[in-house]
Structure formats: structure tokens, C-alpha cells
Design a protein around this ligand. Structure first.
Ligand code: HGY
Ligand code: MN
Ligand code: MN
Length: 423
């Protein structure tokens, strides 16, 4: 059925109605097999062979959907459906790299829902004024290479790429080497012409408990809280576990545990119930049962919605470390202020939820997302669906199929309305 190009509101609803539940869930199941863990989770590190394999399957699918496929210097992928007018596109998408013990939805859902919208538009015969572009942003998780959201960050500020290229993973591989390998893997891909988006809408699982507790199927995300990532390196002296008296030891782990406690106490005192402090990654040298640790390096991940608290945390962190002098070294890895999304984009999300007759509620994201960076250059907002038990970054991560489908229908409605905006 070929719709007229009048761009009236029926197009958005028509596209939403053509979202195919079986096709969406089938695509999620298929992608989850690439990096599948035996416990039902997914381990697909950024720009690993598994990530390349997943990208290859999605490039092939995009080509069957008639999309043009391009990439950029940070290995972001862009799948574009032409509009009637060559205006700045509306973008959607997310990431397909995962945590080591990740779930099958974090990031992947937003990318595959974008693909489902492309397919639903084709099935519905809906044309749009503007192009619609689905993006895969590189290294959103920041688990293999810090910081996170590197792909969307360089899309917005290309000058950041040179610094990112030198970052090394735990095995000593540079991010730049993986980017070069990606280019080799996809030699025929054209480079995307520099062009900012008209708007960006990211669909994502909430990864927390609030929507499920409120029994609300859709979250209208109004912003993202702020984040601080640091690495703390504690130095001691390797010595024999059996012969070295306790009084003369310089045990790096004893120092690290003391420093960790001080940082946690200060974060909770400053941030109260809204504070989120995590010491997730530890590296011990020489990591031997009978040698006193010479060096212990651990990471700090602090989140808070209030910029004043984040600023006070930065200062307090230095005070926590000062008493230990040169034995403790702090390295900043990532920081971003809290973000408030554009009211115009938030309004489109509200409109979509209402048009579908779905209950929704405003929510601020506890996790960061690529929308963090896109919000700097275009009207940006997000849509959340509930996470079962609020669980994420865990193989048990799950969302009811009905919610996954409803979120995708809301995305389709929102994207079509934005695509038909003349300015
Ligand atoms: O850490 C985060 O908030 C995101 O899941 N990468
Ligand atoms: Mn994510
Ligand atoms: Mn994540």
C-alpha cells in the first residue's frame, strides 16, 4: 500500500502498526548467538572478532532492506533509508558491544528496534520527508577500552579520536589497532559524509527497577545523570609472604582497601541516597599467593544527578588520596556532566506513547548512553522499557516481549513524526 507523501499523522501510526513482533524477537535472539555465554548472557567485547561478526550480519541485513551503509574513522556504522528530501536525517540506534557478563538487550535492543522500524516502514509503504539513519556506535560500554561511548563522542567531536586511538585494553591492544582491523574487515564501506542529525532518539532497556515497580511499560527519558570514572594505583613493595614481619610490610592491597573505604565513605556522605559508587575492576601485581602485592590498581565509577555533588566529589577524591603521598596515583578516565534532553524531542516521545494508548512516565537515566553525546548536536531523547527485576550487566537481563514490541512501536511513531518535520 503506497501512502501519499502528505506526511500526515496517520503515517506514524501506520508504521508503528507494522512492527512485526516475531521479526523483532527473532532478530534479538539471532544477534545474541554471537558471543553467547553458556548462562544465557552475551560476551561481545568492542571491536572483537565477535563484534566484527555481528556487524557483518547487520550490514548484510541493512543491504537487503535497501539501505546505504557507511562508516567513519571510529568504526561507527550508519544504515540510511532515503527520504523524499535530502535534509539532515533523523537518527536512532545504540551499541552492540557488551559487558563481559552482559545481557542480550543492553544496546542490542536499540539497534535491532531501529532495524525493525526500517522494515516496518518498508512493509507499510510509508515514505518520509527526511532520511532515517540507524547507527551502531562503537565501544559504548567502555569495558574493554576506557572511556565509554567513544564512537558517539568522536561523531560529535572528531578531535577526540587521536587520543582514543592510543588507549590500550588489558592485553595491550590499542583501540587504534582495532579500528584499523575494522577498516580491513570492511574495505568496501564508504565513509559517511559529515552531516549532523536533525534529531536522535535512542530506545534502551531501563537497566533499573523503577518502571517495573511502577508497572509502567514506557519511560520518557528526560536526561542522564553525571558520571566520573577514575583509576587509582596503590604502590607497595613485593616481599615474601612467609618471612616479612607485618610491621615492616608495604602491602599495596592493605593500602588499596584503606583508600577504597575512604572514597566510598566520602561518596556516600556527599551524594546521599542518590549516590552510586562502584569499584568494579581490580588489577594486582604480581598476583601471587605467597608474594605481598607490590601494586594494586582499581577503578572508581561515581554517578550522581547533581553537578555540584560531582564537583565536590572530584575535590574530595584528591583529599582522600593526599595522606598517602606518592604511594597512591589517580588517573581520570571519563567524566560527563548530567544531561537534560531537548523538550521538543521529549514531546515527540510523549506524543508517541499517547498515540499508542500506552502508559508512560518521565525518568532520568542512571546509566549513560550514546544519547549523552548526541544531545550536544541535535534534539535528543530516549525511550525506556522495563528491565525484569531491574537487572542488567548480568546474564539474567530480560524484558517482557510485549514491552520490547511496544517500545519499538513507540520508536517507530516518534521517528516518523520527526522525519516529517520540515525544520
Ligand atoms: O556504564 C554505563 O552506564 C553504560 O551501561 N555503559
Ligand atoms: Mn547500553
Ligand atoms: Mn551497558
Amino acid at each position: 500500500m503506497n501512502m501519499t507523501s502528505s506526511y500526515d499523522k496517520t503515517h506514524a501510526l501506520h508504521a508503528a502498526e507494522h512492527v512485526d513482533p516475531a521479526r523483532l524477537i527473532g532478530a534479538i535472539d539471532a544477534l545474541a548467538t554471537i558471543g553467547a555465554r553458556s548462562d544465557g548472557g552475551v560476551d561481545r567485547p568492542a571491536l572483537s572478532a565477535l563484534d566484527i561478526e555481528a556487524r557483518r550480519t547487520l550490514i548484510e541485513r541493512a543491504q537487503t532492506l535497501g539501505c546505504t551503509v557507511t562508516t567513519d574513522a571510529c568504526a561507527n556504522l550508519f544504515f540510511r533509508r532515503a527520504g523524499d528530501e535530502d535534509l539532515p536525517p533523523v537518527m536512532t540506534g545504540s551499541h552492540i558491544d557488551t559487558q563481559p557478563t552482559g545481557g542480550r538487550l543492553d544496546g542490542a535492543y536499540g539497534v535491532l528496534a531501529g532495524f525493525e522500524c526500517l522494515a516496518a516502514l518498508a512493509d507499510a509503504g510509508v515514505r518520509t520527508r527526511r532520511p532515517l539513519e540507524v547507527a551502531i556506535w562503537t565501544n559504548e560500554e567502555g569495558s574493554r577500552f576506557q572511556p565509554g561511548a567513544m564512537g558517539s563522542s568522536t561523531f560529535v567531536d572528531p578531535a577526540r579520536l587521536d587520543g582514543f586511538r592510543t588507549v590500550r585494553d588489558a592485553a595491550g591492544v590499542t583501540f587504534g589497532a582495532t579500528l584499523d582491523a575494522h577498516r580491513t574487515a570492511f574495505p568496501a564501506l564508504d565513509t559517511r559524509a559529515p552531516q549532523h542529525a536533525h534529531a536522535f532518539i535512542e530506545l534502551h532497556i531501563e537497566q533499573g527497577p523503577l518502571l517495573e515497580l511502577a508497572d509502567t511499560p514506557l519511560g520518557v527519558v528526560t536526561g542522564i545523570q553525571g558520571v566520573r570514572w577514575h583509576s587509582v594505583r596503590c604502590m607497595g613493595a613485593a616481599a615474601h609472604a612467609g618471612t616479612t614481619p607485618m610491621a615492616v610490610r608495604r602491602d599495596a592491597m592493605t593500602l588499596a582497601v584503606r583508600v577504597r573505604g575512604a572514597i566510598e565513605a566520602c561518596a556516600l556522605a556527599l551524594g546521599g541516597d542518590a549516590a552510586r559508587i562502584t569499584f568494579g575492576s581490580w588489577n594486582i601485581e604480581p598476583n601471587s599467593i605467597n608474594t605481598i602485592p607490590s601494586t594494586v590498581t582499581f577503578t572508581v565509577d561515581f554517578r550522581h544527578p547533581d553537578p555540584a555533588v560531582l564537583a565536590r566529589f572530584d575535590a574530595a577524591l584528591k583529599n582522600c588520596l593526599a595522606p598517602h603521598g606518592a604511594d597512591v596515583r589517580l588517573e581520570p578516565l571519563f567524566e560527563h556532566a548530567p544531561v537534560h534532553f531537548a523538550d521538543t524531542a521529549i514531546a515527540r516521545v510523549h506524543e508517541a506513547c499517547d498515540a499508542l494508548g500506552a502508559r508512560s512516565q518521565p525518568i532520568v537515566s542512571g546509566a549513560f548512553h550514546d544519547a549523552l553525546h548526541l544531545a550536544k548536536v541535535c534534539a535528543t531523547a530516549m525511550i525506556f522499557v522495563p528491565s525484569r527485576g531491574g537487572i542488567s550487566h548480568n546474564p539474567l537481563e530480560a524484558t517482557d516481549d510485549a514491552d520490547l514490541v511496544l517500545g519499538t512501536r513507540a520508536l517507530a511513531h516518534c521517528l516518523v513524526e520527526l522525519c516529517n518535520e520540515a525544520r
